[in-house]
Design a protein around this ligand. Sequence first.
Ligand code: ADP
Length: 166
Amino acid sequence: MATFNLIKGDITTMHVDAIVNAANTSLRGGGGVDGAIHRAAGPKLDEACRKLNGCPTGEAKVTLGFNLPAKYVIHTPGPVWHGGHNNESQLLKNSYVNSLKRAVENHCQTVAFPSISTGVYDFPLNQAAKIAIDAIESFNAELVATMVCFDSGTYSAYENELTERK
Ligand code: ADP
């Protein structure tokens, strides 16, 4: 089973096999963690993304990490929150599961995730934390997944969810 770890930090500094990018469906970079990853990886990341012709919500596509310490970037557009009746929960789960599938296909043993969809895409944080932890902990592969929280509110939401499970 995959192991879930929680830390506070900046995902662009992670020395792991792959980092996951909370991308948009164009894969052409944006704000938030997506912008930070593109800045840290350098312009070759955008060149590589351009060749992928976008990515549907909940799916995941892989590029190299270029100037990042991570070997790969797994790009997944999470769902935009529209109130919860547009399949948002399933799509968010799909983003985690499909990212983990890409990680396994590329022989990754260590993967770092940002809190997908809980920034500009406005997915409720506590609900997103449940979905993320469930998806990772029920994924059947020998890998370590680290949730890298950029701010203390996000970190607390995941920490509370982990405490509730004990
Ligand atoms: P989305 O559009 O999927 O909501 P965002 O990038 O707006 O994506 O936000 C997702 C999460 O990523 C938020 O919790 C945000 O604080 C966080 N984030 C932003 N920059 C970084 C970073 N460098 N490392 C890790 N997480 C980050």
